[in-house]
Write a protein that binds this ligand. Structure first.
Ligand code: SAM
Length: 284
């Protein structure tokens, strides 16, 4: 279902509400409705889900989501000035847009789903985007409350999400993502599409949860990858020392070689290491 937008052009909204972009809030706005509608459409059928949008700003993507048929959007925005502008969007789409003023890192998104599956669609503020993603990937219970995440990131971050072992972009984020989700880059977006334009290109990434990820404790996996990639050029027997305990025994229990380097260890290898750490802790 697509609708025509009854609201004034975004440039007018920005002018009327004095929404000068604030760097500290990662504000780079998308004003091109063709682009925001493309992002909204790539999230699939929005009629039976609750769409969670982080950082709606002046509302370009929010309006696109509503035009593309979203029946419920929960939009979390930290900047009060934007909330005032968004109230006009909520009035134009009665009962379909819930506004939450606050820090998305502190909001319990599951409390706003109204019993429907959640999908997250967002042009994320660059300063909290990774922290939000890690939170979504570490969701418990699993499968998580979200069916998909369709997210705009700086391209360099997007490349880290989808990176395979033995590539320079492979690191903690790639392991965590690969463990629990299937991730792909949908398309790239030029800096010129944003107001103001950032220095770098961006990419829209889509993640869907793996139904049965390998069993392991997410926090332990994070600790293990932090240790291993903290010294990514060192061999595991050296880089994993910071975990404490018998490093050689851990590496052997995970079926890895002490001379391997973090960047060459598969997601399965890191999961095996995390399990070995948990087992060693439990037998202490
Ligand atoms: N969605 C809009 C668009 O595409 O034009 C704006 C995207 S802009 C990159 C990021 C938005 O996130 C800004 O509106 C900013 O105020 C908001 N923001 C920044 N930090 C936030 C936080 N911690 N929680 C919620 N919103 C935040």
């Amino acid at each position: 279902m697509t609708e025509t937008d009854p609201l004034p052009p975004l440039r007018e909204v920005i002018r009327a509400h004095g929404l000068s972009a604030r760097k500290s809030l990662g504000q780079n706005f998308l004003l091109d409705l063709n682009l925001t509608r493309r992002i909204a459409r790539s999230a699939g059928d929005l009629s039976d889900v609750t769409v969670v949008e982080v950082g709606p700003g002046p509302g370009g993507l929010t309006r696109a989501l509503l035009m593309e048929g979203a029946t419920k959007v929960v939009a979390i925005e930290r900047d009060r000035r934007c909330i005032e502008a968004l109230e006009e969007v909520a009035a134009a789409y009665p009962g379909r847009l819930e506004l939450i003023e606050g820090d998305a890192l502190a909001v319990d998104m599951t409390a706003h789903l109204d019993g429907r599956p959640g999908v997250v669609v967002a042009n994320l503020p660059y300063n909290v985007g990774t922290a939000l993603l890690v939170g979504w990937l570490e969701s418990e219970p699993w499968p998580p409350w979200w069916q998909s995440l369709t997210l705009m990131f700086q391209r360099e971050v997007a490349e880290r999400l989808v990176a395979a072992p033995s590539t320079s972009a492979y690191g903690r984020l790639g392991v965590l993502t690969g463990w629990r989700a299937e991730a792909r880059i949908l398309f790239d977006v030029t800096p010129k599409a944003f107001t103001p334009p950032p220095k770098v290109w961006s990419s829209v990434v889509q993640l869907t949860p793996r139904a049965e990820p390998l069993a392991c404790d997410g926090k332990t996996l994070s600790r293990v990858t932090a240790a291993a990639f903290g010294q990514r050029r060192k061999m595991l027997r050296q880089s994993l020392k910071s975990l404490g305990g018998d490093t050689a025994a851990l590496i052997a229990a995970a079926g890895l070689e002490p001379t391997e380097r973090a960047e060459n260890v598969s997601v399965e290898g890191f999961v095996a290491l995390a399990r070995a750490v948990t087992a060693a802790t439990n037998t202490k």
